[in-house]
Design a binder for this molecule. Structure first.
Ligand code: SF4
Length: 227
């Protein structure tokens, strides 16, 4: 499979935030979100066999531990990714799969925790989530909305109610979008939507969502990759 990078850091944006985690970042994405901070994954990378990926994960996290499969859009390489995830499970890893849900998720092994990033209108990629994937979600999974505006917030709020999302998944995450050229200050000044404003909307509407901030952008310079 084509891999952009494999590294160890802290998980940054789910209910697993703050835990040590090995990231396997696959190359390639079929979407072009306006605020994407991972454009370096669109091209390049290096070809690795499943065995080479497993060896690198074992070197970074011997004996198990948390592994996040991310991208880009990892499900574009489903044919090789599904066996990789199965082998990681066999080696006692806990796996998070970060995906936009634009590809069908029915073949993902059940113990894999899906973190599905449903795209909102301001991403420029709204309407790309495949509604069939709602049936592939379980109580282990999480759905994330990255929000850049009030319109995005209203879209996410309506989506949650329309599809009874709180009854389907473990957590619903609302996260303010970051400017993709953010650098320097490690604070919320780079957010496209003020976290305080978002918090007040969530409280006022009693939305069953957790406010999440991208932890790594408050620990390291937001421009730094591979953390
Ligand atoms: S799906 Fe993810 S990697 Fe692809 S363009 Fe959107 S934010 Fe970037």
């Amino acid at each position: 499979m084509q891999i952009t990078e494999i590294y160890k850091s802290l998980q940054g944006e789910s209910t697993y935030a703050g835990l040590p985690c090995v990231f396997v970042r696959l190359t390639g994405c079929n979407l072009r979100c306006t605020w994407c901070d991972s454009e370096y994954t669109f091209h390049g990378g290096r070809r690795m066999t499943t065995g080479q990926v497993l060896d690198e994960v074992s070197r970074l996290s011997p004996g198990g531990g948390l592994v996040e499969i991310t991208g880009g859009e990892p499900m574009l390489q489903e044919r090789e990714l599904i066996p990789l995830m199965q082998q990681l499970l066999d080696r006692h890893h806990q796996i998070l799969l970060e995906t936009s849900g634009e590809r069908l998720l029915g073949n993902v092994p059940l113990p894999v925790i899906k973190i599905v990033d449903v795209k909102c209108p301001d991403s420029g990629e709204g309407e790309t989530f495949r509604l069939e994937n709602l049936h592939a979600l379980s109580r282990n999974d999480e759905v994330k909305f990255v929000l850049a505006s009030r319109a995005d917030y209203e879209f996410a709020r309506a989506f949650i109610h329309r599809h009874n999302l709180a009854g389907r998944v473990n957590a619903i995450l609302f996260s303010p979008a970051f400017r993709k050229d953010a650098a320097g200050a490690r604070d919320s000044s780079h957010c496209l939507l003020d976290p305080r404003q978002l918090a007040e909307w969530i409280i006022a509407d009693n939305v069953p969502a957790r406010l999440g901030l991208q932890l790594h952008k408050f620990i390291w310079d937001p421009a730094v990759k591979g953390v």
